[in-house]
Design a protein around this ligand. Structure first.
Ligand code: TIU
Length: 237
């Protein structure tokens, strides 16, 4: 059975998404780039220490950059997050640091500095996506970006009503944050090519979980569906 949906207001950008169109509100949809850090994407970081093939994450960089360029060109809100800890690890629960048998643990020194520690080279966002001054950077001690951070207050300050997600990894920090956002009343859209996992089958399953049951967590759409729906740029003076 199909249910009639009310028509969206005239000023929304309609993104062809699953499980149904996403009515993007220009200027009120924040782009949230999750943890596009050297520690997850480059060899010698935290992702590699967990035994993963980090090359699988590179594919998300160019699509994420395309979104970032589109948001920046329109002056819309952008949020970068970093999974990171204080140098004394006071915000890293022992249960998190002690989990499993990695080659190196959070806080141990690797070729890009101490893993997931703020201020270390590996903790930085990859150069192609480096934040511009004035863009919000949220350092988060957990997998979700709302836990233990000022993100909720900052989104309110920015006037963000919707969240468009990219970043890594799909089933860990991206999905956790989308679920947190969903519980806080945000409409959340995941851009499929702009997210990646060390486990491609987990990425695919996560997208299905998000859009199942009428969008139980949110929406998913291909990059082109998002970019082609955006309003044209205002001509510059
Ligand atoms: N290990 C893994 O897949 N992800 C993380 O530990 N953090 C994020 O997803 N950012």
């Amino acid at each position: 059975m199909t249910t009639a949906r009310p028509s969206p207001p005239a000023d929304v950008a309609t993104v062809r998404a699953r499980p149904f169109d996403f009515a993007l509100q220009p200027g009120r949809a924040a782009l949230v780039l999750i943890d596009m850090q050297r520690d997850f994407i480059e060899p010698g970081g935290f992702g590699a220490a967990l035994g993963n093939d980090v090359r699988l994450l590179e594919a998300a960089i160019a699509p994420a950059r395309a979104l970032l360029d589109a948001w920046r060109a329109r002056g819309w809100p952008v949020v970068h997050t970093r999974e990171s800890h204080a140098p004394d690890l006071s915000d890293c629960p022992p249960a998190k640091r002690g989990r499993g048998t990695p080659m190196l643990r959070i806080g141990d020194a690797g070729p890009m500095g101490r893993l997931l520690v703020r201020g270390e080279p590996g903790c930085e966002i990859v150069p192609a996506l480096a934040p511009l001054s004035g863009e919000l950077v949220i350092d988060k001690p957990g997998k979700g970006a709302f836990h233990g951070t000022p993100l909720a207050a900052e989104l309110q300050r920015l006037g963000a009503a919707q969240l468009v997600f990219a970043g890594v990894t799909t089933e860990v920090c991206v999905q956790t944050t989308m679920r947190e956002a969903n519980d806080r009343g945000y409409d959340a859209l995941l851009v499929e090519e702009a997210t990646a996992s060390y486990f491609p089958e987990f990425k695919a399953a996560t997208i299905e979980m998000i859009v199942a049951q009428g969008g139980i967590v949110g929406w998913a759409a291909p990059l082109d569906a998002v970019l082609s729906a955006l309003p044209p740029l205002e001509p510059r003076e």
